[in-house]
Every structure is written in C-alpha cells, then in structure tokens.
Ligand binder design. Sequence first.
Ligand SMILES: Cc1cc2nc3c(=O)[nH]c(=O)nc-3n(C[C@H](O)[C@H](O)[C@H](O)COP(=O)(O)O)c2cc1C
Length: 183
Amino acid sequence: MIQTLENKSILLIISGGIAAYKSLELIRLIRKSGGAVRAVLTKGGAQFVTPLSVSALCEEKAYTDLWSLKDETEMGHIRLSREANLIVIAPASADLLAKMANGFADDLASTTLLAANTPILIAPAMNHMMWENAATRDNLAKLKDRGVSMVGPNEGDMACGEYGMGRMAEPEEILEAIQSTTS
Ligand SMILES: Cc1cc2nc3c(=O)[nH]c(=O)nc-3n(C[C@H](O)[C@H](O)[C@H](O)COP(=O)(O)O)c2cc1C
C-alpha cells in the first residue's frame, strides 16, 4: 500500500557518486508523496548535481557549507537533523560511509550525521570492488550495528563499464523504504 509522507520532513544528503542524478528524481517522488525535502550536498555530491537543481526541486535552498556564517548562526548542523523525521543518504558514497563509521566531522554532511538524533537510511552506490572491499564491509557492519537502515544496493551494469553489486537502489525503491521507515 502506498503510504503518504504528509507532515514528514526528510533530510536528504547527496554525496559524491554518479548515481546522484537519481536523487533529483527521488526529491520529486518524496514531494509527490506529500513530504518536505531539505538537502545537503557534500563537496563530491555538488560535482555531480548542482545545488541550483536540488534547491529548485526542494523549493528550499540546498545546504553545502559548514562554515556558512548565516546558517551556522542558527547552528545549522544541529538544526538540520532536529527538524527532520528521517535522514536519507542517497547516494551514500564509500567515503561518506567511512566517515560516518569512524566519527569524522569535517564537513556539513558528516558533522550533521555525527550530531544527529534522527533515524538514518542509507542508499549506497559505488563500484563493485569498492562495495566488496574489506574496509567498506567493516564500515557497513559498524553502521548496521548502530541501527542505520539500508536500501540496496542492487546488482547490475555500472557506469564504469563493469558489472556487479553496487548500483544504487532505484528512486521508487528508496521512496518505499522511506515510507516504511517513517510509518
Ligand atoms: C566520475 C566519478 C564517479 C564516482 N562515482 C562514485 C560512486 O558511485 N561511489 C562512490 O563511493 N564514489 C564515487 N566516486 C568517488 C567519490 O566521488 C570520492 O570518493 C569523493 O571523495 C566522495 O566524496 P563525498 O563522499 O564527500 O561526497 C566517483 C568519482 C568520480 C570522479
């Protein structure tokens, strides 16, 4: 059954993977379901989709900077998670997962995640060898132990021309995971 996201606020973190283009469709789907979306782009994420496209789809500014005088006057890195029902990381890069697993807080996304008291859903996306790397396996095990939920990844053709596990879940699958996590 399709569940509405009415009155739900999603904090979407877009990190640096080629699948970031799919996060634009995800924003559209969340909004169509009645939810509000606020987005944070990592430095890598902003290489793949522009803050302007993300802001236009969210109808709200996209957050990118930990050192923003205006946003941090209101403690943006704390407020962003407190005002959300769920944090969704899509795509979740190997780098951002490593930062999360090890408590790094050197940019807006990782600092917000370390300070979060909100449930977190990750949609990993990466090359299959990155996915199978022992470092990534360890990082994911730590995150799972801490109660982080995951959707995907799927097996299939990769943007790099290789084949394997690591394709980001499709936006519709991520939407369903959001709906069941927030219901
Ligand atoms: C063309 C290109 C595609 C990339 N795709 C991915 C990807 O799908 N998944 C991933 O984990 N890293 C990918 N990377 C590497 C990340 O962008 C890089 O590790 C970056 O530091 C991630 O930063 P962030 O996690 O802070 O956004 C890619 C890099 C390039 C140049």
